[in-house]
Structures are given as structure tokens and as C-alpha cells.
Ligand binder design. Structure first.
Ligand code: NI
Length: 251
């Protein structure tokens, strides 16, 4: 089975036709892990997972929203994580490209959620944009049980360190872009048993749909590119990535 390990089906981009998109996903038989980005979207993520068999949820606060958290947000996330379809804490991390929250706040909120994940024994889903060194330092310090680097944009060297920490890596539409030399190279060289597929929808549609709204039914398009990069078949990619998900998340 194909799995989209990182989607935002709660995004307002799906407000007008969410049920139709969910029906399409069901017909395509694609499993989806929906990420939370703040408390409201984490609640929505859990709601979607409760209502749809093939949808699972992560709950967490994205670095963009770090400065907006209320005092009791960890309690709220902990409460949400009690649902049996919650499979991880995310997406959490650091974003020094947009810097929408100041960096000290981003770090604090990141670390607090890493602590929560450890206490619940859940994997973490990490967003790292232009913050590679601080992300790595914090993860080395915190040592979460397991985790996923979503839309991985770091180097092969950093990946080796993350593998030692128990991390997996997911790739999406970016590896289909002609100018994405580094992600293509990293995706072609990382150990296959550490790789997963994601859409990050509604963002980052693969070629030839670049710029259009993305959704989980585009996972086979991304799988095709990864299969070409690795010199194996799409079916092999499907089987390997599914097995990897079971190792990561015990689904
Ligand atoms: Ni995302």
C-alpha cells in the first residue's frame, strides 16, 4: 500500500471539497498521515483520522506558530495524543527561512514537544528549514525514540548522524523538480530502508502538476521518480516504503 506520511488535509485549501478528496484517496487505497501545525489543526487532524479508516494523525505545533501557543498547549496535545489513531508528534522543528516566530521561542517549543513525544513514546515528525545545525544539536541532545525528517533538505553527512539517532526521511514533489539537484542526490543515496514518501499537500505538487493544489493521490507520481532515481520498480518502492513505515511507527 502507498502511504503519504505527511499531508495537511485540514488545510483551508481543502475546505470546499474535502470529502470529495477523501473519497478519491479511499478509492486509490492510499494511507495518509495528517500532520498538525497548531492546536486547531491538530484537533482537525484527529477528527479526520477518527472519521476515515485510512487516515492517521499527528499532533503538534509548527515553528511558524510557536509564538502563538497558550500556556497549556502541551496538556492539550497530550490529551489529543490519547486517541488511538495518533501516531506521532508533529510537525515540530525550526524554520529559520521564514523566522515567523523568534528563534529562541522556536527552540523552546520544539524541545517541549520533543519531551512530550518521549514521555508518550511516540515518534516525532520534524520540520527543518535552513536550521540544520540547531535541529541536529537539539535532536542529539533530546534523543527522541524515533523520528521522521519531513521533506528532508539536509546533506548526506547530516543524514548519517540522524540515522544513528533512529531517524527516517521522507521525500515529496521536490525530487521531481528539474533544479532540485541536492534532494535528488540525497534521495538516490540514502539507505532505502530509511526512505518514505510524502506530499506535504496542499503544497509542493510534483511535476507535471507543479503549482497546482497537491493531494495524496499524487504519491504514485513521486514514487515513480524515486523508483527511477534508485533503479528499481514502483512496486518495490511501494513495498519498501510501507515496510519502513511499520518499522518507524508500528502501525
Ligand atoms: Ni508540512
Amino acid at each position: 500500500m502507498f502511504v503519504d506520511v505527511h499531508a495537511h488535509l485540514d488545510d483551508e485549501a481543502f475546505d470546499s471539497d474535502r470529502e470529495e478528496v477523501l473519497e478519491k484517496i479511499k478509492e486509490a487505497g492510499i494511507m495518509v498521515i495528517n500532520a498538525g501545525s497548531d492546536i486547531a489543526s491538530s484537533q482537525m487532524s484527529v477528527k479526520l483520522a477518527k472519521e476515515h479508516d485510512l487516515i492517521y494523525a499527528c499532533v503538534g505545533v509548527h515553528p511558524h506558530d510557536a509564538q502563538n501557543v497558550q500556556k497549556d498547549y502541551i496538556k492539550e496535545l497530550e490529551e489529543l495524543a490519547k486517541n488511538s489513531k495518533v501516531v506521532g508528534i508533529g510537525e515540530i522543528g525550526l524554520d529559520y527561512y521564514y523566522d515567523l516566530s523568534d528563534r529562541e521561542t522556536q527552540k523552546r517549543i520544539f524541545i517541549e514537544q520533543l519531551d512530550l513525544a518521549k514521555s508518550l513514546n511516540l515518534p516525532v515528525v520534524i520540520h527543518d528549514r535552513d536550521a540544520h545545525q540547531d535541529t541536529l544539536d537539539i535532536l542529539k541532545d533530546s534523543r527522541p525514540a524515533k523520528g521522521l525528517m519531513h521533506c528532508y533538505s539536509g546533506s548526506l553527512e547530516m543524514a548519517q548522524e540522524l540515522i544513528r539517532l533512529g531517524f527516517y526521511f521522507s521525500f515529496g514533489g521536490v525530487i521531481t523538480f528539474k533544479n532540485a539537484k541536492k534532494p535528488k542526490e540525497v534521495a538516490s543515496k540514502l539507505p532505502l530502508e530509511r526512505i518514505l514518501l510524502e506530499t506535504d499537500c496542499p503544497y509542493l505538487s510534483p511535476e507535471p502538476y507543479r503549482g497546482k493544489r497537491n493531494d495524496p493521490t499524487r504519491i504514485p507520481v513521486i514514487a515513480k521518480t524515486l523508483a527511477e532515481l534508485r533503479g528499481i520498480t514502483v512496486d518495490e518502492i511501494k513495498d519498501i516504503t510501507f515496510a519502513n513505515l511499520r518499522c518507524l511507527g508500528g502501525l
